[in-house]
Design a protein around this ligand. Structure first.
Ligand code: DGT
Ligand code: CA
Ligand code: CA
Ligand code: ZN
Length: 584
């Protein structure tokens, strides 16, 4: 039985609500499940244990029927009611529900009117124009659906970095504990810190490869064995994630580690540099090209850094191995010293229960303290983000006063009162300058009107950045990884404007955003733009987003001095007190 988590309970209730909606059930019943799901997610305490012990009485919003279902679910991992509901619908329908912009009402119509119950079926029906003729659909929504299917196909088979990390680290730990394993790493895109990964590539050094490949295929949580040989194996986990294993000798280790870490583009360039020195490099060794003589004996190469050194290069961190300028820098000894998690001193973009966060101010403070941070900024949503219960002026100023009052009573951590203010369609902000001036800092973000032409969207962001009260720009492109493409916006112009106005750009570390994209940071940094590594935490646990954000920041060539929240508490206080134009 898989481990039963709070998320699992919440997701099952949420899916029940969806299925009831699909059946056209009574809206009150549907709402009860949806509310129940929210309550489970935000419950302050061990809801899983309480459900298991059938101790849910008195929790507001969880009626008797829900109590029983949660008890069954937490005890067995399954809920008969849910399973039976699922069985009423074909499996393919669940794929349709995952499509962006296709709610249960529309799925229901498609199913009832055209018997559509699979992605393929939906695609064909759209292409033949049948969907646009359905009541409530039309040409435009047919095009939208086709776009969503195309995106789904493009995204499927990929996973978020943070999403695969628990399995990845668990398996790595198990491999490292095996007595016949001397070294183990996860290579591939995971090691390079890519924001999304297709599969995991485990590499082990061992005197006995066959033992380890067999051991690997017997790990817990495997759905299917895809391939198994003496030195390699491939499995699929319950989650659908594919994991490859390569077992090599200790001697081969550094060569294999470089090879399987990639990227392909990096490897191609590295091999070609070796060839220029009359050396061939592959996953097993570095040796003189056949027919050539080298006077010195082949040196003992035990670590990746030995191989880079042998080729006249500084050690290139895995984060930088994308063939985007790292070789030129490594030749000259010019590689940056990349920022590390230990360098972080505080955090700015965080939500609380005042808007759509699930933890209170006090809980957020406690979590920041646990992480060893010395300052914490709170930036809840502004009024136009009504779906997040965004704050109006009055609530904002009340909140700021509460934050400052709490701050006065704490001596180990500095609290800052900010806001994540909506950038409206025309580039004006949700609050006037007088209100913004009363805050310690402001994050400005787009949360609506995504479909502007690039020129207008760029002008909209620039207008916001020109405001002297806007400290930083939030999630620049609005993308949701594997779900929603970025809106059209000119990154070059935004970066130039940030440099000119002294506006910080955030690297939103939410695992589904990682925005601004790492490919732009080197350029921004070189223009003097500062990065704020922001967890966009909507829960105390959300501060952990920084852990993955750091990995992506490293991909962007960022150093400690490029990251605003690496400044110590004293310096950040002075920095925030300095007018924006003078920070340049
Ligand atoms: P992914 O899995 O799509 O997120 O990205 P990677 O980079 O992990 O790619 P993957 O798993 O196909 O292969 C892992 C590494 O192994 C890759 O970064 C470079 C190396 N590699 C695999 N196949 C080849 C190949 O055919 N040529 C070269 N040069 N390198 C390869
Ligand atoms: Ca991979
Ligand atoms: Ca692979
Ligand atoms: Zn936001």
């Amino acid at each position: 039985m898989p481990e039963i988590t709070r998320d699992h309970l919440a997701e099952v209730l949420e899916e029940i609500a969806l299925l009831l909606e699909l059946k056209g059930e009574n809206p009150f019943k549907i709402r009860a499940y949806r509310n129940g799901s929210e309550i489970v997610r935000s419950f302050d305490g061990d809801i899983v244990q309480r459900a298991r012990e059938n101790d849910l009485k008195g929790i507001k919003g969880i009626g008797e029927a829900l109590q029983q279902k949660l008890h069954e679910l937490a005890s067995n991992g399954l809920l008969a009611f849910h399973q039976n509901l699922r069985d009423e619908f074909p499996e393919g329908l669940f794929e349709l529900l995952e499509l962006q912009g296709l709610g249960p009402r529309k799925v229901k119509t498609l199913y009832e009117e055209l018997s559509i119950a699979s992605l393929g079926g939906l695609k064909r029906a759209c292409q033949s124009g049948q969907v646009s003729e359905l009541p409530g659909f039309g040409k435009k929504s047919e095009e939208k659906i086709l776009g969503a299917i195309e995106a789904h196909e493009r995204f499927s088979g990929y996973y978020l970095l943070a999403e695969v990390a628990p399995d990845a680290e668990r398996i790595l730990g198990i491999l490292r504990q095996h007595p016949d394993v001397s070294r183990a790493e996860i290579a591939g895109s995971y090691r390079r810190g890519r924001e999304t990964v297709h599969d995991l590539d485990f590499l082990v050094a061992t005197p006995d490869p066959a033992v380890i490949t067999a051991f690997f295929t017997e790990l817990e949580g495997i759905r299917e064995i895809l391939a198994q040989g003496r030195t390699k194996a491939s499995v699929r986990l319950q989650s659908g994630l594919q994991c490859d294993l390569r077992a090599v000798s200790n001697r081969e280790w550094p060569f294999a580690l470089i090879y399987f870490t990639g990227s392909r583009e990096h490897n191609v360039e590295l091999r070609s540099r070796a060839l220029k020195q009359k050396l061939t490099l592959n996953e097993y060794q570095l040796q003189p090209v056949a027919g050539t003589q080298r006077n010195d004996p082949t040196p003992d190469l035990r670590e990746e850094s030995d191989i880079y050194a042998e080729l006249g290069l500084q050690f290139i961190e895995p984060a930088l191995r994308e063939n985007r300028g790292e070789f030129d820098a490594a030749c000259k000894g010019d590689l940056p010293r990349l920022v590390e998690q230990d360098n972080l001193r505080g955090t700015f973009h965080n939500h609380t229960t005042e808007s759509d966060g699930r933890s209170s101010l006090a809980e957020m403070v406690e979590a920041a303290r646990d992480l060893g941070l010395s300052y914490l900024g709170i930036a809840d949503h502004s009024r136009s983000s009504f779906q997040t219960n965004g704050l109006n002026e009055e609530r904002l100023l009340t909140q700021s006063a509460a934050i400052r009052a709490l701050n006065a009573s704490l001596d180990d951590i500095d609290l800052y009162a900010g806001n994540e203010v909506d950038i409206l369609r025309n580039g004006t902000l949700d609050f006037d300058d007088g209100t913004l001036a009363q805050l310690d800092y402001v994050v400005a973000s787009v949360h609506a009107s995504f479909n502007l032409p690039e020129k207008d969207m760029t002008a909209r962001l620039i207008k916001a950045m020109e405001n002297p009260h806007v400290t930083m720009l939030g999630h620049l492109s609005g993308r949701l990884l594997l779900r929603r493409d970025p809106y059209a916006v000119n990154h070059e112009k935004i970066i130039d404007c940030a440099a000119e106005t002294g506006t910080v750009i955030e690297l939103n570390c939410s695992s589904k955003r990682m925005d601004m994209d790492w490919r732009w940071w080197r350029r921004a940094r070189d223009k003097g733009v500062k990065c704020s590594l922001n967890p966009d935490a909507h829960h105390a646990r959300g501060l952990q987003n920084l852990h993955f954000g750091i990995r992506v920041a490293r991909k962007g060539w960022l150093r400690r001095q490029d990251v605003l929240n690496c400044l110590p508490a004293e310096d950040i206080r002075k920095w925030l007190q300095t007018p924006k134009a003078k920070r340049l």
